[in-house]
Structures are given as C-alpha cells and as structure tokens.
Ligand binder design. Sequence first.
Ligand code: ACM
Length: 268
Amino acid sequence: MRVGFYQSNPVFGRVGENVEQAVQEISRVNADLIVLPELFSTGYQFVSRQEVSEFAEDIPTGKTCQAMIGLAKELGMFLVFGLPEKDDDSLYNSAAVVGPKGFIGRYRKTHLFAEEKLFFDPGNTGFRVFDIGPAIIGVMICFDWWFPESARVLGLLGADIICHPANLVLPHCQKAMVIRSLENGVFTITANRVGTESRGDYEALTFTGESQILDNDGNVLRKLGDNDTGIVLSDIDPKQARDKSVTTRNERFKDRRPEFYGPLTNFS
Ligand code: ACM
C-alpha cells in the first residue's frame, strides 16, 4: 500500500486556491492514501466564532468535501483532510475520509487547542476507525496527540494506520508520535503545515512542518523539513500492525491490566 502526506502552506481564507493547489499536487502522484493537514482549505488562525461560521461547510455536501470526493473518485485514492464543519448551529474542527466510492466518514476533534476552545465546539464523534480495504484507518487531529488515550483508543479499535491531520505549533509532537506508534504498534501519518499566521490580536503562530510517516515500531520511514511543501510517499504493509507482540511473552494490548486503570476514566 502506498501512503503519504501533503505538507502545505495555505493562505488564510483563500479556500478556492488552497483546495486547487492540493488537487493539483495530489493529481501528480500515484498513491492509495494521502493525509492532508488540519483545516487545510481555510488556514488555521480564526479570530472569532463568526469567522469560523462563515468558512465552515457541511460534510459531505460542502464545496471542499465535494472537490475532494471528485479527486478521490478520479484518482482511485483515499484522502483524509481537515476542514471546519458546520452542523446546524454547531461548529467543529473536523476531518473527512473520502475514497473512490465517495464519502466514508467524519471525525470531530476531541481535544481543542488554545483559542479553538473559544470558536469551535468540542467534537462529539469520539474516535473512529474506517475499514478502507487495504487497511483499517483511524483519525485524530493535531492536539489529540497530547493525550495518549487518543492513539490508544484508535489502536484498540483496530487501526492499522492512524491518520493525523495537524497544524502543529508546539515542538514535541513529532517525537511523541514515535512513542504513540511504538506503544500501539500502528503506522502513523502526521500531515502538518508550514508558514506563519498572525491574525487579529492573537499571538503569531509558526507551524512546525516535519510531517512524517512512522512504521508500527516507531521508525521514521519518511519525513519532510520544517519549511518545505509537497507530497511524500512510502510503501508499507499495513497488516504488519496486526502483530502486537513485544517479546515472545509480551503483547501490547493483551498484557494490559485495565482493572488498574480506573483513574483514566474516573478522574475529574
Ligand atoms: C493544534 O491542535 N492545531 C495545535
């Protein structure tokens, strides 16, 4: 299976141009699955809930989702991408999964970061996996990485590959994802962006790039620089992720002792 990420530098608010650029770049490559960044169509730094509302789209009937569905059908490819979603009066920082047969599903970001808490509603889908044929994929968005429970739940749900659209500004995620891959025995694809946004009265944000594809032992298969844009691909066997052994006597999930993990769900 050939998988990859698109590392971009979108211009805030230029949805048509950002989507068109992604379509052009993706049309040039031959792959089964490509992960795009969080909020890839709009840019990141919204300054009000009203502004999110102006850009947010229905999933899957909105323009961005329809363009990506068209692309996935034309190329016979699966795509995972982040965009602001509107559902009645609710606004979510979401990711959509589409493929050669059209829309597959959505995930709404569970752990909102910084000012996102002011402008978006907390996601209500919970973590989800999608069987796309050659692999079972799970989705988490950017700051979800800070909470090891996100990747753990996706691993326990059977994800072979965690697709991770991101707009990272803290320096630790790429290293943390090595451990998320290793401890869950899953491939991870973090699709980040580059560039700086400085909008309204908010602190300027510089996005850290260094998107990466990791194997199920936490090895870096491919990585891009902190200022580059483009698509990077890797050939993987996602079924490797179904072997959860650590030693001949240890196994990642079966050796867990959930009876001692109560505070994970009881803590408040
Ligand atoms: C982030 O969650 N976009 C940092």
